[in-house]
Design a protein around this ligand. Sequence first.
Ligand code: GLN
Length: 493
Amino acid sequence: MSELYSLTVRDLADRMGRGECSSVEVVNSLLERIENLDGEIGAYLSVDKERALDEARASDRRRETGQGLSPLDGIPIGVKDIFNVAGEECRCGSRILEGYVAPYDATAVARLRAKGMILLGRLNMDEFAMGSSTENSAYGVTRNPWNRNLVPGGSSGGSAAAVSADMAFASLATDTGGSIRQPAAFCGCVGLKPTYGRVSRYGLTAYASSLDQAGVITKDVGDAALLLGVIAGHDPADATSLAAEVPDYLQCLRTDLKGVRIGYPREYFVEGVEKDVARSVQGAIEECRRLGAEVIEVSLPHTEYAVAAYYIIATAEASANLARFDGVRYGLRAGGRDPLEMYAETRAAGFGREVKRRIILGTYVLSSGYYDAYYLRAQKVRSLIRADFQEAFKVCDVILAPTAPGAAFAVGERTQDPLRMYLGDIFTVTANLAGICGISVPCGFTDDGRPVGLQILGPAMGEEKILRTAYAYEQATPWHTRRPPIAGKEGVE
Ligand code: GLN
């Protein structure tokens, strides 16, 4: 029998449903795995062992008496440090939130809990989700399980690394400009960013409110479909959440792509994309054609302006959202002779370099005299990017592209070159600017063994389309079954 920690959420639900294993066994298997491996990876910021085991015992009792809350009852899940969980410190990877204990559960968290799922621990991230490598966390760098000299991607690097190394069955994460899809690609997992408004943002710490969206990182497409069905849906506490009904996403999965029209965006296959990445993604498109899809070339002409527009809009919104962290209500408070000095010192001590850079940038692009030249223009570009996708989706159902122009890079390689770091977001920020959905699935490896992600983009509320395409591709290829070669403390594996 394979080790419990290596299973998918659906496998576990089946086994637990048949009474073949208990929640306590499952939780223990994961705790041991974390104990053995996470010293080298650094995916978790905290693991609440006692609480997880208490909840597992309670879950087992429920199941024994036929009162299980759902097939997911007793299955543990990891949570990015950006989600509020009642009674837990929620630091968002930042010093400034040290000591801030969340008073309530984020809606996505509450919905998982309502099914009986167990929150195992909090996962590392770039401070306030600003970054593409998890090197901007105030609490240390997370390593890529495929090669510890490489970054796991970001900002949800902890969420992806934990799933990749079988230290979590699945994790909850957020994506403002690629933070679910890009780390999933770098770590060889599946990462789903739903349509803006599909999942409630209530209780997740805001970075850029018009772009932020919660989603999941999983071992395979089926688990992503299953968990999206749990967290999606209208929430009166988030006015931007959409009222549309939540379909059974597992029902839409097919093993062929007959009748599916795939858009091939020429602007996403240009110079600057790593050769091995281009090769793997092209191979994936061929595979989809073999599965019955029709491939149609489409154009997204404003792609080249996406990074610039994104970094203006995201930093503008961040500068406003982060104004609340001033030492008065949340977390850290530094000294000072008067309130003004206290605010300044708290922010100087609490925020890291990248966050400060972005607050300054965001304040600048919003300032009078510059507003029209930067912020207003970026909003116009955003409309053009949205229109690009609307045009493309008139002739295709989904769009296939690389998730990122390159595979995982070395720790330290880009920390001194923010612009280079930002440019790596070119293929992911577009979906957030347009408010559409996207998923990254493993589609191969570079010659030196780094995972490559295939991105499948769909129109707003097109989750069924992207999941169907992703599943058919996944089932026809071996990539999702590959696991990183990690030794752990015992040196075996
Ligand atoms: N890398 C992008 C940024 O730094 C996206 C991050 C995210 O999606 N949270 O803003």
